[in-house]
Ligand binder design. Structure first.
Ligand code: HEM
Length: 379
């Protein structure tokens, strides 16, 4: 509704919201570089350096016994730095101990935007009839993000003109910018949508992954034994550590940050005798299915080994943390690589401990209740 009221800024409601032909057009022109394995692989050096800065930030926050309080806050910064780096082709400094004012404003606006979006989806839709507080918060945060992202895009364009080198980090951003098939307003909206779609999802997934692994010191030890003891990690190092991938897959099965998939039906369909009309909003609760004994062996336990030695039942296709089909998350490849890399780097240095159980809330996504404290203890 807001984007439709601002044709000066938006040519469409954006990739995340559009349906039909308009969505197909945006998807075709906005996501093919992001989903290409080559582009993601070329991003590895920058991702390594972003992960190292994240580890330095953690080091600066660790108490003498290894406790890191407000760990969820740090993972959010990590999400911001990596997704903005990917989409804008530049490092923004969210992982520095003192963020710039602009970075802090952007971080706060992204958070407010996310909350307002959640509340407008799930609360009474009064905002459709009058500008409620939620709606005003949404508009204010969207405008702040739009302004800052526009500035950053202008700066990145000037830098790219000045350097004109073939930099892996700038690749996606420059390709989107130079695509003649897209309206400039759609390019900006896309960068905003990618950034807002990618931050909390990544941050929550990392918190859940470490929390679940804290119950498996043996698996942490196994991961460590499969990795080089220090130094920059290469893609080959990750490929020869199958326990890293198993740990991440299993975390997505047990505690995915996106617990269901949503679709607006384009045509009516009949399931077990019930006809659902065209235009119905349908939810598929994948997390519920993943925790049923008929679908997974010892379904409620965190057992990464099931991804290495399969024990039936094992309905792997139900694990869909990034969705399924033509609307599948375009950030999947990038996020998987990032989670594998961060996990490997953390476990190279520390083992992970967590006291008690994590409080999870449904926050549009499944999110940890803030603040989260974990312990990172020297091996
Ligand atoms: C752990 C991190 C992430 C998770 C779990 C996640 C999960 C998802 C899921 C479940 C969907 C819906 C897919 C469907 O309906 O089939 C989605 C869509 C989307 N995601 Fe992600 N995502 C993550 C990170 C990212 C990142 C880093 C980006 C951007 C770089 C991103 C951009 C998007 C976009 C633009 C869409 C909408 C796609 C469309 O409607 O065509 N996501 N994501």
């Amino acid at each position: 509704m807001y984007r439709r009221s601002r044709p000066d800024r938006y040519a469409s409601t954006g990739l995340v919201n559009e349906q039909g032909e308009k969505w197909q057009h945006l998807r075709r022109h906005l996501t093919c570089d992001l989903t290409s394995p080559q582009t993601v692989l070329r991003f590895i050096p920058q991702l390594n350096s972003i992960c190292d800065d994240f580890l330095n930030l953690i080091k600066g926050s660790r108490e003498h016994d290894g406790t890191v309080s407000g760990f969820d806050h740090l993972t959010n910064k990590m999400g911001l730095e990596s997704v903005c780096g990917l989409m804008l082709g530049t490092r923004l400094g969210f992982l520095e101990r003192c963020m710039s004012d602009r970075a802090a404003t952007l971080a706060a606006a992204v958070k407010a935007h996310f909350r307002a979006q959640r509340d407008s989806y799930y609360g009474a839709p009064l905002w459709k009839f009058a500008p409620t507080t939620i709606y005003k918060t949404f508009v204010k945060s969207e405008e702040t993000i739009h302004t800052i992202v526009s500035e950053l895009m202008e700066e990145a364009k000037s830098r790219a003109r000045a350097s004109a080198n073939d930099d892996g980090m700038q690749e996606i951003f420059l390709k989107i910018l130079s695509n003649p098939e897209l309206d400039m307003r759609d390019k900006k909206a896309a960068v905003i949508d990618f950034i807002t779609a990618g931050i909390e999802t990544l941050a929550n997934s990392l918190v859940f992954l470490l929390y679940l692994l804290s119950s498996r010191p043996d698996w942490q030890q196994k991961i460590r034994s499969e990795l080089p003891s220090c130094g920059e990690l290469r893609i080959e190092d990750l490929s020869s550590a199958p326990s890293v991938k198993a740990a991440v897959n299993e975390a997505f099965r047990v505690l995915p940050t996106v617990p269901f998939l949503a679709r607006l039906l384009e045509t009516s369909m009949t399931i077990e005798g019930y006809t659902i009309p065209e235009g119905t909003f349908v939810l598929a609760h994948t997390v519920t299915a993943c925790r049923q004994e008929e679908n997974f062996w010892r379904a409620n336990e965190y057992l990464p080994e099931r991804w290495i030695d399969v024990r039936e039942p094992h309905a792997a296709s139900l694990v869909a943390p990034f969705g399924r089909g033509k609307r599948m998350c375009p950030g999947k490849r990038f996020v998987e690589l990032e989670l594998h890399l961060i996990l490997a780097k953390i476990l190279q240095q520390w083992r992970v401990e967590f006291d008690g159980e994590i409080d999870v809330q449904f926050d549009f996504l499944l999110s940890p209740k803030s603040p989260v404290s974990i312990r990172l203890v020297e091996w």
